[in-house]
Ligand binder design. Structure first.
Ligand code: NAD
Length: 369
């Protein structure tokens, strides 16, 4: 099985773990080079990982690169994605697929027209935690799912991100930044959504960086920061999802679970969908809470597994798991929740998607070291 050569556009914070995994662990990928609108960023990563550095135009012009890994900020995802497709390359993007539904639709249409693939993060749903939850659910351990609940309650990225302003702009905020992890997990477990409702508020007009090196810098909050969404899935399952950047330490240490699914025969508690690990807990009729041994591997930070799977599936002519169709559906759910809030009405979904195939229990070693 040959290696697929990929090129990275966007060499900021998240590029480090991708590059680490793609250069050290995913055997079916070769990194053919990196680029960034800020050349110094590309240079830094090129030196760090011993890879080639290009301008964005040069990288897109390389005929040996077949997939562009788009790690730019959300407002640039579609622009870079379309340029990659125009250059005849498949594209795998960080989340969200776009900051709005219409440009994301255009991206998928262009890909389809050209016979190219679109993939999209998050790929944490391919980790051992959520793949184990999928197996338990499919094997009937909690019976028929009835409802689900998800909570992301935090102080936001002011303390850890070097340049977090984009995380308070359209395409981010707690719903668009963290919602994709929760909603991709839920859609991969429960299938597509039918309609959504929502309430949202913006709590602060400005926020302040608290990283020691940038302490005191302020920037505008442009998006809602406390959002309650309700989702009715096509299967009839009803879920609620609360996402917020408003929680102040130490109050944000809530005891609420990340994700839970309630079924006719039990409750499943699912680990943080922003991570790959466990535990997965089941509570059934005897009341005992059991942490289930994970059925699948990939329990450490495996960002890039979705891209590796996409490259493999392109070679095999199969549908890749972290695909554009599911990312589009997740984007429509998020947009719908905000629309529901601003219009005070329930918003039906126009898109749908299939549940991605579960990963095999034992991964072929041509994919991963
Ligand atoms: N930082 C995290 O912890 C994290 C985690 C998971 C996912 N993500 C996602 O990864 C993406 C990038 O986040 P980040 O934290 O690395 O951001 P970042 O700001 O650290 O890096 C983004 C990089 O993209 C470059 N860029 C922006 N627009 C560009 C364009 N048009 N052409 C070329 N380069 C461009 C910037 O110069 C910057 O170097 C976002 O979609 C984010 O949601 C980030």
């Amino acid at each position: 099985m040959g290696k697929t050569k990929i090129g990275i556009i966007g060499c900021g914070m998240i590029s480090e773990i991708y590059l680490k995994n793609l250069t050290e662990r995913f055997r079916n990928i070769e990194v053919g080079g990196c680029a960034d609108a800020a050349q110094a960023k590309a240079h830094e990563r090129a030196v760090q990982f011993g890879i080639l550095e290009y301008s964005v135009d040069e990288l897109l012009a390389r005929s040996d690169i077949s997939i562009i890994l788009n790690l730019t900020v959300p407002r640039a995802h579609v622009e870079i994605g379309l340029r990659a497709l125009e250059a005849g390359k498949h594209v795998y993007s960080e989340k969200p697929l776009a900051i709005d539904v219409a440009p994301a639709h255009e991206l998928l249409q262009q890909a389809q027209k050209r016979g190219l693939r679109v993939g999209c993060a998050p790929d944490t749903f391919l980790g051992g935690g959520i793949q184990t939850a999928r197996k338990l659910l499919d094997d009937g351990w909690i019976g028929e799912p009835i409802g689900a609940t998800g909570f992301y309650l935090s102080r936001g990225p002011e303390a850890f991100h070097p340049n977090p302003a984009f995380l308070y702009q359209p395409g981010a905020g707690p719903l668009f930044d963290m919602g994709p992890y929760y909603l991709t997990a839920l859609v991969s477990l429960l299938g597509p959504a039918k309609k959504v409702g929502g309430f949202a508020r913006k709590t602060y007009e400005k926020t302040m960086l608290t990283r020691p090196d940038k302490y005191g810098e302020t920037f505008d909050v442009e998006v809602p920061t406390y959002i309650n969404g309700t989702i009715e899935f096509s299967s009839g399952v009803i879920a609620n999802l609360t996402t917020s950047f408003d929680m102040q330490f130490p109050y944000w240490e809530s005891k609420l679970p990340y994700l839970q699914i309630f079924g006719t025969e039990g409750t499943m508690t699912i680990p943080d969908p922003n991570k790959f690990e466990g535990p997965v807990q089941i509570r059934r009729s005897n009341g005992e809470v059991v942490a289930v041994p994970l059925t699948h591997g990939f329990t450490e930070n495996c960002r890039g597994i979705g891209l590796s799977d996409m490259a493999h599936c392109i070679e095999m002519g199969e549908k890749h798991r972290a695909n554009g169709e599911m990312a589009f559906h997740v984007l429509e759910i998020m947009s719908g929740i905000l629309d529901a809030s601003s219009r005070s009405e329930v918003v039906p979904m126009t898109s749908s998607c299939e549940r991605p195939q579960p990963l095999p229990r034992v991964m072929p070693n041509y994919l991963y070291d």
